[in-house]
Design a binder for this molecule. Structure first.
Ligand SMILES: Cc1cc2nc3c(=O)[nH]c(=O)nc-3n(C[C@H](O)[C@H](O)[C@H](O)COP(=O)(O)OP(=O)(O)OC[C@H]3O[C@@H](n4cnc5c(N)ncnc54)[C@H](O)[C@@H]3O)c2cc1C
Ligand code: FES
Length: 269
């Protein structure tokens, strides 16, 4: 884990309330894995005490990027950072999507809700490059105006013929009508031996978890949990979730033991 001041390359508005921040990667020989995250101290125009967690969206030779949704004080202040500014970052944090497990499954799905896309983009690229299998990506949004990532996924499709993607909106204003779980059920109805990698709102993950539990198919799912975090480094217990442990449960910290968990192990209250 490194704690460094890193230089902002650029911080570009992708569309309303979504920005792509690129930062020089001071450690070009260090291996990052899909699903890991970093903590950013946002001090410009903001008094936030805690750093804010963001998934590593993408990695290039000498830079990495963060795709973020502006929802509050910290993310709003983050938009003020310009090329050449310095950001205090702590990275890489957490475990990663166990992408190597994809080799043992016949069908690979990525099921995403909203900004969850930021957590899986790097994973999608890695799976497309190394799995040699078709990667089916289902992207869900409330409505058309929330669809911020079409350009990123369309650009990948131009490079990788093994990518299939589908956009769904709850209100049917773009792509398929319905939520990502209905769409997944429809597309996978004749398939078995499936691995899913997922990230999205808690409610979506909870429904996905129920869906898998009720299925008679061989499905496993690893999901990234974007809980609200305090310290981000295992001290405050603010990010704990309940994980099955034989007939009982134990608490695991999303920041340290996660953010990726096997969905079958997670207990929901
Ligand atoms: C491991 C991890 C990876 C993440 N990756 C990304 C990413 O790549 N891109 C991205 O845009 N966001 C990501 N997030 C969420 C991001 O950390 C929060 O959106 C951010 O911290 C909000 O900061 P803020 O100061 O703008 O909001 P605040 O002012 O702190 O909060 C504004 C409102 O948003 C709510 N809120 C805050 N954090 C979250 C959250 N995690 N989930 C739901 N509601 C929240 C608050 O309760 C409040 O109502 C990630 C979170 C985690 C834990
Ligand atoms: S955020 Fe403090 S323990 Fe995880």
């Amino acid at each position: 884990m490194f704690f460094e001041m890193s230089k902002v390359i650029d911080n570009i508005k992708v569309c309303d309330n979504y920005f792509l921040l690129r930062i020089y990667n001071p450690r070009i020989n260090f291996d990052f894995f899909p699903g890991q995250f970093l903590e950013i101290k946002i001090s410009k125009s903001c008094n936030a005490f805690f750093k804010r967690p963001f998934a590593i969206f993408d990695l290039e030779r000498d830079s990495f990027s963060v795709l973020y949704h502006v929802i509050g004080e910290g993310t709003k202040a983050l938009t003020d950072y310009k090329s050449g500014d310095l950001l205090e970052i702590l990275y890489p944090l957490g475990n990663y999507y166990p992408f190597e497990k994809a080799y043992s499954y016949d069908n690979i799905f990525i099921v995403v809700g909203g900004i969850g896309f930021a957590s899986v983009y790097f994973l999608i690229k890695r799976l497309l490059k190394v799995s040699g299998k078709k990667v089916f990506v289902i992207l869900g949004f409330k409505t058309k105006k929330d669809v911020f990532c079409l350009q990123f996924i369309s650009d990948l499709k131009k490079i990788y013929s093994n990518l299939e993607f589908i956009v769904a909106t709850d209100d049917g204003t773009l792509g398929m009508s319905g939520n990502v779980i209905d769409v997944f059920n429809e597309i996978s109805k004749d398939l078995d031996n499936i691995i899913i990698f997922s990230c999205g709102p808690k409610k979506m993950l909870q429904n996905l978890s129920k869906n898998i539990a009720m299925s008679s198919k061989n499905i496993c799912c690893y999901a990234s949990f974007e809980t609200i975090m305090g310290c981000g480094i295992g001290i405050c217990n603010g990010c704990s979730i309940k994980i099955r442990n034989n007939d009982t449960y134990l608490f695991k910290k999303v920041c340290q033991d996660g953010p990726i968990f096997n969905l079958r192990d997670v207990l929901w209250d």
